[in-house]
Design a protein around this ligand. Structure first.
Ligand SMILES: [Zn+2]
Length: 326
């Protein structure tokens, strides 16, 4: 480590070693295929080390890395930097507090980026706390100035962004935080896929529950991340001991309304109803706590179909999970 103008930076050696370590982890986790992805790390107010073009992130050597200034001029190294380094440079230019940037194409998060579904459902406490909402930057042709222009609006307000039809980009106060955020994006996206598209149920946290998490986030010194849509009613506030505590809702549409209707629409993750509105779902589907279906009717249906629904839920979850890996 070295300090320049009161700010700590990694040394050249530390930055190059960290880039190789993170590249190996990125490759081993399946976040990149072939020569995809890129990583950069600051070693001074105006200098970075970054990954070369045309090399797998799992098999890099230190002498392949490139040292550049923030204007894109190569200062050291025999390789050519990735054309995608333009978006890294733009992140550093927009937000001087950022010390490292990582970019990859993780499977689930990239699938959300292709579907045009941002990661902003308040369903996972850790995601609200450490990561925050992840927006999607509009489509941009790779290698052009369109890409840095597309991500610039989010660099000071969020901790990462999905690139439409492309992948994910994260940044942080050091290279490890930037990479952990990339891991968190893929984890969060996977949770959203399992709950929204496989299990078919998402209990969205209430605005009060979200506000408490945002208070903690502020105390942790995390100033970016946005505020996700929330529900008016608290979520999961009772123990679930037996199967009679759950409502049978399977099989039904693979995407259903959450138990507690959130205030804002969740952009495709779940079709939502606003408080006071009637359900868009037919009675035969999930009642999901919506007042238009009489409580007695719902409970009677619950009892009648409980045993059958449990077996169907288990069979359907197994079938859909296995389907993800075939
Ligand atoms: Zn890419």
């Amino acid at each position: 480590m070295m300090t320049v103008q009161g700010v700590k930076y990694m040394s050249d050696f530390e930055a190059k070693k960290a880039i190789l370590d993170i590249g190996k982890r990125m490759y081993d986790k399946g976040f990149v295929a072939s020569n995809d992805g890129n990583i950069s790390c600051k070693v001074g107010p105006n200098t970075i080390w970054t990954t070369p073009t045309g090399v797998s992130k799992g098999f890099m050597k230190q002498d392949m890395l490139v040292k550049m200034d923030l204007n894109g001029r190569v200062l050291m190294g025999n390789s050519k930097p990735s054309s995608e380094v333009k978006m890294h440079l733009r992140v550093y230019q927009e937000n001087p507090d950022v010390q490292a940037v990582t970019h990859a194409h993780p499977l689930v998060a990239t699938s959300f980026a292709i579907a045009g579904i941002s990661l902003d459902a308040a369903v996972l406490t850790e995601a609200v706390l450490g990561l925050g909402s992840i927006p999607i930057a509009k489509y941009a042709t790779p290698g052009t100035e369109e890409v840095p222009d597309s991500i610039a609006p989010f660099v000071n307000t969020h901790n990462g962004v999905l690139l439409a039809n492309h992948g994910a980009l994260t940044w942080g106060k050091d290279i490890f935080q930037a990479f952990y955020r990339l891991e968190s994006i893929e984890y969060y996206a996977t949770i959203l896929m399992y709950t929204g598209n496989i299990i078919g149920r998402q209990n969205v946290l209430s605005c009060d529950q979200v506000n408490k998490l945002l208070d903690i986030r502020q105390k942790l010194g995390i100033t970016a991340g946005g505020i996700p849509p929330c529900s008016l009613q608290e979520t999961n506030m009772r123990d679930v001991i037996t199967s009679s505590d759950i409502r049978p809702s399977w099989p039904a549409s693979p995407i259903q309304a959450p138990l507690n209707p959130p205030v804002h629409e969740l952009k495709g993750v779940t079709p939502l109803v606003k408080p006071g509105q009637s359900s868009p779902l037919k009675e035969g589907g999930c009642s999901c706590g919506i007042s238009s279906i009489p409580k007695e009717t719902a409970e009677k249906k619950d009892t009648e179909h409980l045993s059958k629904a449990k077996d169907e839920i288990i069979a359907e979850v197994v079938r859909r999970v296995m389907g993800q890996f075939n």
